[in-house]
Design a protein around this ligand. Structure first.
Ligand SMILES: *Cc1c(COP(=O)(O)O)cnc(C)c1O
Length: 385
C-alpha cells in the first residue's frame, strides 16, 4: 500500500471486542493469567514485555519506514542509547560531525567512558567515512539532513564506501531519520541496517510527547533490540504510544504542508537584504542539492539562515516574532524559531561551532503548518530593517 494508507492503517485494526475504530489505550502494567505462566495472549505477562498500544505503534512506524520490525522507546535518545548497548568495550563508531547535540553528549559522556571509541567525520564526504573505518569499527552513525546546517548525507555513497569492510566485519549502518521522516526518505532502501527516530518531532507532530523508535529488517537484530527493550525498560507508556500513533496518521499531510511552507519562507528570506546565507537543501546552490533531490521526496520543513547582525540582535530578532514561538525542538504543527549558538548548540565549544559554521547570527526555523501569509508577515515585521 502507498504511504498515506500505511500511515492511517498499518498496525491498526478495529478492536475485536467492541469494534472501536481507534486503537484502545491499554493502560495496564500487568495482565490476568488463567494459569501460571500462561498469559491469555502469548508474551503478554507484563507491559514492559508487551503492550498492545505500543505494538500497534511499532507496527505502524515499521510500515512507514518499509522495515520488518519497529521498536518504540521513551525518547529519541533512549532509542539511540539502545543501539549503542549492542556494542562492547573496545568497539569503534564512525559518526557524523554535526550530530544532534544530545547524541554527541551521549556518545562522549556516557559511552566513551565505558570503552567505546568514536571518530567524527564530515558525513557529506563519504570517502572520509570510509577512511575512518578500522578493524574494530562496528557502527556508522549519520543524520541527514543535519542539524542545524541542513547538510545532506548521501546514504548510497555511505553504504557503498562501507561495503568492502562489511564483507569481513560486522558494521551496523545507522541513520537518524528524525529531520527527514519516512515520508521524505527511506534509509533502509539505501542499504542501512537501522533507522532511528525521535518521535518527539515530526512523527508525533504536535509537541505533546517524548518518544523514540528503531526500525530494522534483520530478524536477529530485531530480537536483540526486543531483548534490550525488556531488559533495560526505556519504554514509552501506552498513552504516549497512542498520541504518537494519532500523530503518524497525518504525517503525510503535515509533511506536504511543512515542505510547501518552508519553500515559501526560503523564497521570502532569499529576497531580504539582511539575510546573508540560507541553509536549505531545496536551494539549487546548496552544496548537496543534487543528493537531496535524488534521495528525498521533498526538502523538509527546516530552514536555517544567517542574519547580517551581531549575536545580541540575532537573539532579539527571535523574541520579536509572534506566530513563530521561541523554543527548542522542531517538527510540530506550530512554527518555532531558535538561535542555535545560544540554545540548542550552546554546549558545542565555540571553536568547534566556528569550525562547522554555526555563526553568531544563525537562526533555525521549524516551519509549521499555519497559513503561509501569516508566517511571512511575522518574519517581515520581526526582521531588522
Ligand atoms: C530531538 C532529537 C533527538 C533526541 O530525541 P529526544 O526524543 O529528545 O530524546 C535525536 N536526534 C535528532 C535529530 C533530534 O532532533
Amino acid at each position: 500500500m502507498k504511504f498515506g494508507t500505511r500511515a492511517v492503517h498499518a498496525g491498526q485494526e478495529p478492536d475485536p471486542i467492541y469494534g472501536s475504530v481507534m486503537t484502545p489505550v491499554y493502560l495496564t502494567s500487568t495482565y490476568a493469567q488463567p494459569h501460571p505462566a500462561e498469559p491469555k495472549v502469548p508474551g503478554h505477562d507484563y507491559t514492559r514485555a508487551a503492550n498492545p498500544t505500543r505494538s500497534a505503534l511499532e507496527a505502524n512506524v515499521a510500515a512507514l519506514e518499509g522495515g520488518a520490525h519497529g521498536h518504540a522507546f521513551s525518547s529519541g535518545l533512549a532509542a539511540t542509547s539502545t543501539i549503542l548497548q549492542l556494542l562492547k568495550s573496545g568497539d569503534h563508531v564512525v559518526a557524523g560531525d554535526d550530530l544532534y547535540g544530545g547524541s554527541r553528549r551521549l556518545f562522549e559522556r556516557v559511552y566513551r567512558p565505558l570503552g567505546i571509541d568514536f571518530t567524527y567525520v564530515d558525513p557529506s564526504d563519504a570517502a572520509s567515512v570510509g577512511d575512518a573505518i578500522r578493524p574494530e569499527t562496528r557502527m556508522v552513525w549519520v543524520e541527514t539532513p543535519t542539524n542545524p546546517l541542513l547538510r545532506i548525507v548521501d546514504l548510497d555513497a555511505i553504504s557503498n564506501v562501507c561495503a568492502a569492510a562489511r564483507a569481513t566485519q560486522k558494521i551496523l549502518l545507522c541513520c537518524d531519520n528524525t529531520f527527514a521522516t519516512p515520508f521524505l526518505q527511506s534509509p533502509l532502501a539505501h542499504g542501512f541496517d537501522v533507522v532511528c527516530h525521535s518521535m518527539t518531532k515530526y512523527l508525533g507532530g504536535h509537541s505533546d510527547l517524548l518518544g523514540g523508535a528503531l526500525i530494522v529488517n534483520d530478524d536477529e537484530l530485531a530480537e536483540r533490540i526486543s531483548f534490550l527493550q525488556l531488559a533495560v525498560g526505556a519504554l514509552p507508556g501506552p498513552l504516549d504510544c497512542f498520541l504518537a500513533l494519532r500523530g503518524t496518521k497525518t504525517l503525510h499531510l503535515r509533511m506536504e504542508r511543512h515542505c510547501d511552507n518552508a519553500r515559501r519562507v526560503v523564497d521570502f528570506l532569499d529576497a531580504h537584504a539582511r539575510v546573508k546565507t540560507i541553509y536549505y537543501p531545496g536551494l539549487e546552490r546548496h552544496p548537496n542539492h543534487a543528493v537531496a533531490a535524488r534521495q528525498m521526496r521533498d526538502f523538509g520543513g527546516m530552514v536555517s539562515f544567517v542574519l547580517d547582525v551581531d549575536v545580541e540582535e540575532a537573539k532579539r530578532f527571535c523574541t520579536r516574532t509572534k506566530v513563530f514561538t521561541l523554543a527548542e525542538s522542531l517538527g510540530g504543527v506550530e512554527s518555532l524559531i531558535e538561535h542555535p549558538p545560544s540554545m540548542t548548540h550552546a554546549s558545542v565549544p565555540e571553536e568547534e561551532r566556528r569550525r562547522i559554521g554555526i555563526d553568531d547570527g544563525l537562526i533555525r526555523l521549524s516551519v509549521g503548518v499555519e497559513d503561509i501569509d501569516d508566517l511571512i508577515a511575522d518574519l517581515e515585521q520581526a526582521l531588522p530593517a
